[in-house]
Design a binder for this molecule. Structure first.
Ligand code: NAD
Ligand code: DAU
Length: 359
């Protein structure tokens, strides 16, 4: 039975990935989920699988070298899938240090502990050991409105403390490949959307605000472009890269689904209006009048667009979920999980929101 060590599995993409893997492989794999349960980690995301004998949760911080090396010592780990990170650009602009700590130091600890457990006396590694570092297209910086794509060969040019910390973590992974022949891959993915995404990010924030009759904050002119990918397509790409990718290689993952932020907001408003029954009082309050242009994000990247040519040619991965279908599934999920939204937006979220959007 192959054993996976997943970091950050209580977050948005990590919890979707765990669901994807358990659906696909059932009890032929074992998953250990290590998560510090920051504001972004939520065990409710995994409530339906927590009873499974081949799933285990360990609360630990990835910067805690002792805790992480103990997990490697006590378990024969075959695959590491490293999601754990601080992930919100706006928070990184307010408080960069925790991004450096978790994203850079945390990745260094994960790499060092995996190497310590896996490296053989002659410097080689058993064939089935693989480390996958989940990274972002933001490391490549920003593209102009009028064209171009991010390729694996595009030079790194991060602009925010978040993307700079992810770029640094990618460099550490690359250094382990070059220095120790460490069996790692990196995936650099575009913006994900889907169930369980924390409502500090654009899509769930807009859904939640629209349903609560709150203003919909649009940064700058609303014409920044992101390349949106349904989260389960990302989960599938991660699995395929880990099983079929060439060791040491980086793969860009994206949906060729570029949209301006303002377009996304209009799509969400249209779907919400269509989905809400006529007798729901929220239906009348949802509309363009909620859209509010606010000050731009500092250092705001203009456009992201991934060229997923390499992963398609070498591995045969392609995005499967059309945006029209994915956004409907996502909105339906938030409709069906209003308690989830209430739980994650109680307490600290209110303070974050007030500080971010009104002060
Ligand atoms: P998220 O913020 O929803 O979840 C992050 C998880 O990591 C949480 O469960 C949190 O508790 C955990 N965590 C944070 N600090 C930790 C620490 N010190 N020790 C242990 N656990 C810790 O993030 P996400 O959106 O699911 O992103 C997951 C990964 O994918 C990140 O590495 C991110 O850079 C990358 N990524 C995200 C996107 C996106 O659109 N969301 C796109 C490309 C890549
Ligand atoms: O590209 C991958 C990245 O996508 C990931 O690495 C990050 O972890 C993830 O957070 C995401 O980063 P973005 O900054 O692109 O996502 P966010 O949802 O924060 O913002 C998307 C766009 O919407 C961006 O142009 C800023 C804008 N925006 C965002 C918020 C929260 C608004 O206009 N208003 C808002 O209130």
């Amino acid at each position: 039975m192959r054993t996976y060590l997943v970091t950050g599995g209580a977050g948005f993409i990590g919890s979707n990935y765990i669901h994807y893997m358990l659906d696909k492989y059932g009890d032929t794999i074992r998953i250990i989920n290590v998560d510090a349960l920051t504001y972004a980690g939520n065990l409710e995301n995994l409530a339906d699988i927590e009873h499974l004998p081949n799933y285990q949760f360990i609360k630990a911080d990835i910067t805690d070298r002792e805790a992480i090396s103990r997990i490697f010592a006590e378990n024969d780990i075959d695959r590491v899938v490293h999601f754990a990170a601080e992930t919100h650009v706006d928070r990184s602009i307010k408080d960069p240090e925790v991004f450096v700590r978790t994203n850079v130091l945390g990745t260094a600890v994960m790499l060092n502990c995996a190497r310590g457990a896996w490296e053989q006396p002659d410097g080689s590694y058993p064939k089935d050991k693989r480390f996958l570092h989940v990274s972002t297209d933001e490391v490549y910086g920003s593209l102009p409105d009028d064209g171009g794509y991010f390729y694996e060969t595009t030079p790194y040019a991060p602009h925010s403390p978040y993307s700079a910390s992810k770029a640094s973590s990618d460099m550490l992974v690359k250094s382990y490949v070059d220095t120790y022949h460490f069996p790692a891959n990196i995936t650099n993915c575009s913006n994900n959307y889907g169930p369980y995404q924390f409502p500090e990010k654009l899509i769930p924030l807009i859904i939640n605000n629209a349903l609560s009759g709150r203003k919909l904050p649009v940064y700058g002119d609303g014409k920044n472009v992101r390349d949106w990918l349904y989260v389960m397509d990302h989960a599938k790409a991660i699995d395929m890269v880990q099983e079929q990718g060439r060791i040491g290689e980086t793969y860009n993952v994206g949906g060729h689904n570029e949209k301006q932020n303002i377009e996304i907001i209009h799509i969400i408003l249209d779907v919400l209006k269509e989905k809400l029954p006529d007798d729901d009082p929220r239906k009348a309050q949802i509309g363009e009048q909620l859209i509010t242009y606010v000050a731009d994000r500092k250092g705001h990247d203009r456009r992201y667009a991934i060229a997923p040519d390499k992963i398609r040619a070498e591995i045969g991965w392609e995005p499967e979920t059309m945006f029209e279908e994915g956004i409907r599934k996502t909105i339906e999920w938030y409709f069906d999980h209003e308690d989830w939204m209430k739980n994650v937006t109680s307490g600290d979220y209110q303070n974050y929101y007030k500080e971010m959007y009104t002060e």
